[in-house]
Design a protein around this ligand. Sequence first.
Ligand code: FAD
Length: 409
Amino acid sequence: MPSTPSTATQSDLSSGRDTTRHDVIVVGARCAGAATALLLARAGLRVLVLERASHGSDTGSTLALMRAGVLQLSRWGVLDAIIAAGTPPVTTTVFRYGDDAVTVPIRPTTAVPALFAPRRTLLDGVLADAASAAGAQVRFGVTVTAVVHDPTGRVVGVSAHDERGRLFDARAPIVVGADGRTSLVARQVGAPDTARYPHAASYMYGLWSDLEVEGYEWCYRPGAAAGLIPTNDGQVAVFAATTPRRFRRDIRPDLHAGYRRLLDEVAPDLADRFAVGHPPERLRSFPGFGGHLRQAWGPGWALAGDAGYFKDPITAHGMSDALRDAELLAEAVVGRLSGDLDDSDARTAYEGERDRLSRGLLATTDTIASFHWDVPELQVLLRRLSDDMRPEVDALSARAPGVPQHPAA
Ligand SMILES: Cc1cc2nc3c(=O)[nH]c(=O)nc-3n(C[C@H](O)[C@H](O)[C@H](O)COP(=O)(O)OP(=O)(O)OC[C@H]3O[C@@H](n4cnc5c(N)ncnc54)[C@H](O)[C@@H]3O)c2cc1C
């Protein structure tokens, strides 16, 4: 438990200065930010989390957690809340390559009884609630507008405003940017890309009702892909993906028609099911962006989740990796604040392990997102992807849950 509860009061904030002492400020409260805050608070640190969206709000995603992500939720004791909310267990993955289908059962373990694809309204809310319960101060409706540096260039806090436009500054020795792919924190600290991955796919996706689904179902044909992912309330997230060029030219002018055309093309075997199901009223799209690894640690700052590491969603692994990195980062933060690590050690420990576990996944994801494959080549890529995932599951399974206590806690 934290040594001192963090309780910035409204009057503190309205004076323009949050006078409460924080050890860490986390910007963003979804998979990366809420999970990092949860672990830091459990380690005994005083954590302030600032999130511009509201609690339990939705965000664009096709929701599929892979084994590493479910493992993290289980190790931290929050998987039960996801299961209790009625999230359906996924016990099978079906790969549809052209006209062939291969069904692969999910191997159940004590920690990972099945895979799960919770709505983000549920997952991000459960993580934020767990962070609050551990003692973090989680504030929604707060937009961080700038990172504050001291005269040496070290990050010492943030400037922000709440929903009513009231400005305030908050100070902490470490600011974590868990603020997504377009991270303000990454931009303001000038975090350089350390690797870039050029390929990207474009997506259309939405939630179906009354759609029969066997588990995670991934469908591939040259130039297109689709996925069916069962989530809460009997709904199924269904995405269709293609090249950005084709998306711009053929799909975007009429998104709903283009989505149905792509689904019929890539998953003709599922036409009967799509005819019975109720398609989404709201269809989202994502034009696609290349992947990156960014420098993830510097003087007074660190990056978690998509802010420091983004890859195309075609392999549905961003949330799982964000949950993985939350723990790697929290451990480095505790080491830095306890004086066991300097900034260089902390960067090596966190960024080094993140990159070791990410490079294979990133490279394989990039090749799949390029659509430069035929079906036999894709099958090789998917086997490689399965090999890429193993080291992170092994590395997480070998760790004690959570991170060590801060010595002052
Ligand atoms: C189309 C699509 C489909 C996807 N499907 C999957 C999938 O099936 N499985 C999977 O694992 N991953 C998937 N992903 C990837 C996944 O959504 C991301 O990897 C994941 O959301 C990253 O979590 P995060 O916490 O790092 O960032 P985000 O989820 O982007 O959260 C960042 C948060 O920071 C907040 N924020 C930003 N700026 C500020 C600021 N200045 N002040 C305060 N708050 C701020 C935002 O409001 C946001 O809530 C998909 C992505 C896309 C685009």
